[in-house]
Design a protein around this ligand. Sequence first.
Ligand SMILES: [Zn+2]
Length: 57
Amino acid sequence: MNGKKICPVCKKETDAKIVDVCTTAYKYVMDKIKEEHPEWVEKDGACPKCVECYKKL
Ligand SMILES: [Zn+2]
């Protein structure tokens, strides 16, 4: 199914493509997400909002 996806980090539906955090340079973002979501893995990705949010932390 294309289109709607549930972000594994915030559990919200997102129109935008789930960001493949694994392929980005945001290692520190990944580390921060993992601090709060230990079960999360990079390949699950995150929505752009989450990535932006964690980038600001
Ligand atoms: Zn999210």
